[in-house]
Ligand binder design. Sequence first.
Ligand code: XMP
Length: 512
Amino acid sequence: PVLVVDFGAQYAQLIARRVREARVYSEIVPHSMPVAEMLAKNPAAIILSGGPSSVYEAGAPQVDAALFQSDVPVFGICYGFQAMALALGGTVSKTGLREFGGTKIEVADEAGCLLGGWSTGQDVWMSHGDSVSAAPQGFAVTASSPGAPVAAFEDLVGRRAGVQFHPEVAHTRNGQQVLERFLYEIAGIEPTWTMGNVLDDQVALIRAQVGDAQVICGLSGGVDSAVAAALVHRAVGDQLTCVFVDHGLLRAGEAEQVEQDYVAATGIKLKVVDAEERFLTALAGVTDPEQKRKIIGREFIRVFEVAAREIAASGDVRFLVQGTLYPDVVESGGGTGTANIKSHHNVGGLPDDLQFALVEPLRTLFKDEVRALGAALDLPEAMVWRHPFPGPGLAIRIIGEVTRDRLDVLRAADLIAREELTAAGLDRDVWQFPVVLLADVRSVGVQGDGRTYGHPVVLRPVSSEDAMTADWSRLPYDLLAKISTRITNEVPEVNRVVLDVTSKPPGTIEWE
Ligand code: XMP
């Protein structure tokens, strides 16, 4: 792999993704990992990421100079560039000239490998206080900016290079090419990492892990569990049984999507448990959001346990599939073997006599890669591109008590919003589009000649990269108008449609 050494920036994951977009497999490792351990992974190259510190701060992470006694190609970015310069005998100074945001670098006449062939003023994204003022011996300086006398350097013989700017962010116009020139031309790596390879590798790994045993998997209707299960099915066929707990809190058409479209596309053995009654009974009278989550989580485990016991009664079930993704692995410290229970539908908390070893075939993948893998597995497009949806479902989009009638109202309004978003061709521009029913709020309206006293719904379309932060989507007014008109015409209980224009933070994506 290419190792991306994380110096504590939010950029390490982005760098790892960009490397993979260049069809080179990458992994993130913490800067605290000893160099010997990094080298033991036999890396094709090492990329030192940006980070928040100044190299001169007490306790600032350093690059162990032992790294440069090996002949592994190294690329430094931002903080990693400075730390690398320092470790190799260059100079880093406080120029007092902070650069933050879009900046133009001046490319040298001898532009070298990373920056050659483009015009001299290159638009890049900067974020630094200190800067490299003298490159280490043997390095050619290939660019500078007002705040960074050395904005890029390279040593083609030693196969080492670095840049002060962030090539991984979209604001750096030729950023991806800079990264690719390092990978292909300086490090000499072949771009061979494709979804086809991932699929073949994972199928082989799953077969080796599972052997002849039986496997179960809980399907939530979401992308991750759908792709994980399809992959395991590709590997071990009918040794896999899936369980779909229909808690009655899904959106219109979603249960059918799992029960019909998904099964038709994959041929997976599916056990459907209709548990709507049970969940609604347990939720009766409950209005507190965390209480709702706890109840739904608890009921889910109970229902899943019964289904798992039934399946286990007729075979040697030893494995449970989980759709854990790479960001979860990185954020929880990268340990292997133990489950990262993110939310209730990643089944945790099963009793001791019903413990399974985990199969986590998506552990190395980012969300967009999971989607690409889903496409490679021929899953229905609507499933592969489905927006993220919370485990507790519509229960946390009804502000107030959850009842079947309220769920039906919300489902009708939500379906209209989704239909119109799709018709406008904007599905992939929006990260999520919650529709929220303010069930305990009433507002006065007029329809025909009569006064109405109905409920508002809130439209909450957001754009995001990872749900950690989000911005409200600037959907076209005409689209919003159409959604509003249709909802108030077609859903009699709703007489007002409002738009949520809050970013996250301070608002969360969901209202509960
Ligand atoms: P918030 O509302 O915290 O949501 O901005 C961030 C992301 O998490 C989803 N979400 C949940 N997912 N169980 C889940 O599985 C939950 O209880 C839950 N609450 C929020 C939300 O839809 C968004 O994608």
